[in-house]
Design a protein around this ligand. Structure first.
Ligand code: HEM
Length: 529
């Protein structure tokens, strides 16, 4: 071939260097990956697009996701969408949209995504919260509700009252009558745990040092960390579910621990029933008595018996901890609360459940703590079971629906100056949270701390009573101070699903000389178990 012919050939097929070839391959691969990195804008058959949202797909939004959701709600509006891997999430940031979708169209938006970690590994599709929206969910929720209605609560109201007294006494004794600072987490946790032990198994821990308290609190914390709406990348990338990993190990371990500890407690209740003993009414007893008729298997029993200690401990104790973290930096609010308590119930007796309607400012403080520090900023996501079009936006079947509580609770129209802690905004609101959730004008609802729609928290009435007894009595008993040089963070927190403040210490100074003698009247009760 002549030199001229070779030159012509080069012109036609230029020599590709190794570097260029590599760039071409990488470029091609990147092009192929683009649809997996950037959002997919689905439309339905009539051309309705999915709600707008951020450009990138996220593997997971781990730390403080509520801040990203708040910024996105401002940018994209009250209904926006985010892709997590191949899962579409639609985020609800407006009260009316929440009502329209989760309540009015509750038949479509009430199931749960089958999260690998929460629903499949840890709870095995059970424990009410992980159940699909089907007959088994209805059955399990109905059984649990037998113990949770305000009427049912009357039979154990005295126990909630007693446990609140024991919690205050622990604070009083552990702080050496206010001389020492205290981290309230363990004692608030034990209070909520003892209440749930009563409901679930008819028993309680009789010392704050009982190892079961630490164990149960550790399970609840691990559950919160493993079950956030986007805690685990493994939930969104299926191949990862097939290979061994530390996350998977933790999930299986937690499942086994729940069965070991709470399963053993069910067997203990059974042994007592078989021996003809007078076992107090509790969930385990109900489950055992109705097991055949309700066709409940062993995992149903264990998961149902465990769920109160998972759903009702970290949450209630979290709000008490947020209250104690927040109140020292608001001495003027404490002073008003103390004035109301002194004026209405006096210094001889402390507030009871019956005093609630006479203490509107204390009620308002509790509602305001729940607004600014709801433990579940993203509630528990619901999931859709049918394609749906809302205001021209397409929400495909199997979309995960997130109730964006942080943004809902900072809606300036509903809560002017929403980042300020201001109980006054709830003065005049005489409704319980359950009543408020049913208001026809959803803009008047107090807050969304207990979720919305058919999956709304079934423990709401019990939680409200526990919070009332704990917080009104903390206010009656103590003045709460921050420790100089130990600022309490109200921004950071622990937990990827339910959140509690970072560990902190607070000073609780008794307000009454005779507090010690009032508290000494009650001894710790040991219940045969
Ligand atoms: C202050 C304390 C509490 C808070 C803030 C809270 C909050 C929540 C939230 C946000 C949900 C999800 C609602 C939804 O899907 O829309 C929920 C569900 C649930 N909660 Fe609570 N909760 C509390 C106390 C309790 C207590 C004391 C119990 C048990 C006695 C309990 C048992 C449950 C159960 C079983 C579910 C699952 C309901 C279902 O999926 O149908 N919670 N809770």
């Amino acid at each position: 071939m002549s030199t001229i012919e070779i030159q012509n050939l080069h012109a036609l097929f230029p020599v590709v260097s190794a570097k260029t070839l590599l760039s071409l391959i990488l470029g091609g691969a990147l092009l192929a990956l683009l649809p997996y990195l950037f959002r997919k804008n689905l439309v339905d058959k009539d051309g309705h697009p999915i709600p707008p949202g951020p450009l990138l797909r996220y593997a997971f939004l781990r730390k403080y996701p509520e801040r990203a959701l708040y910024a996105w709600a401002k940018k994209f509006g009250p209904l926006f969408s985010v892709w997590m891997g191949n899962q579409l999430f639609v985020v609800i940031s407006d009260p009316q949209v929440a009502r329209d979708l989760l309540v009015t169209n509750g038949a479509i938006f009430s199931t749960r995504k089958k999260y690998f970690m929460k629903n499949q590994v840890i709870l095995r599709g059970r424990a009410i919260t992980a159940s699909q929206y089907d007959d088994r969910w209805r059955q399990h929720r109905r059984i649990a509700m037998q113990l949770l209605t305000p009427k049912a609560m009357q039979s154990y109201a005295h126990i909630l009252d007693y446990e609140a007294r024991i919690m205050i006494r622990s604070f009083f004794n552990e702080t050496k009558q206010g001389a020492l600072p205290i981290n309230p987490g363990h004692y608030a946790g034990r209070y909520a745990f003892n209440n749930m032990l009563t409901l679930s198994f008819g028993t309680r821990t009789d010392t704050a040092t009982d190892p079961l308290v630490e164990k149960a609190l550790a399970f609840a914390m691990e559950f919160m960390d493993l079950t956030g709406p986007w805690s685990n990348i493994i939930d969104f990338i299926e191949p990862l579910q097939k290979i061994p990993s530390y996350t998977k190990y933790r999930g299986y371990k937690l499942h086994d621990n729940l069965i070991d500890v709470y399963g053993a407690m069910i067997l203990r209740v059974k042994a007592r029933m078989d021996a003809g003993e007078d076992v107090p009414d509790c969930l385990a007893k109900t489950l055992l008595e109705t097991q055949e008729e309700e066709k409940l298997d062993w995992e149903d029993l264990c998961m149902l018996a465990a769920v109160f200690t998972l759903g009702g401990v970290h949450s209630t104790s979290g709000i008490i901890q947020w209250f104690l973290a927040l109140i020292p930096s608001h001495p003027e609010i404490q002073a008003r609360a103390h004035e109301e308590l002194d004026r209405v119930v006096g210094r001889e007796n402390w507030p009871t459940a019956e005093d609630e309607h006479r203490l509107p400012y204390i009620r308002a403080i509790i509602k305001e703590v729940q607004r600014v520090h709801a433990p579940f900023w993203m509630a528990t996501p619901h999931c859709s079971t049918e394609d749906f079009v809302y205001n021209g936006m397409y929400i495909p079947k199997d979309t995960v629906m997130v109730l964006n509580c942080f943004t809902l609770h900072h809606n300036e129209q509903r809560y002017p100056d929403s980042f300020a802690f201001n109980p006054d905004r709830y003065l005049g609101d005489d409704l319980s949270c359950a009543e408020s959730a049913k208001l026809p004008d959803v803009m008047q609802r107090d807050h969304f701390t207990f979720g919305a729609g058919r999956r709304i928290c079934p423990g709401l009435a019990v939680a409200e009573r526990e919070l009332w007894l704990a917080i009104s009595r903390l206010l009656w008993s103590f003045t709460m101070h921050e420790i100089p040089g130990e600022p309490i963070s109200l921004e950071e927190y622990e937990g990827l699903s339910g959140r509690t403040p970072l560990p902190y210490r607070v000073k609780l100074v008794p307000r009454h000389k005779h507090l010690g003698s009032i508290l000494a009247e009650e001894e710790e009760i040991t219940i045969k178990f």
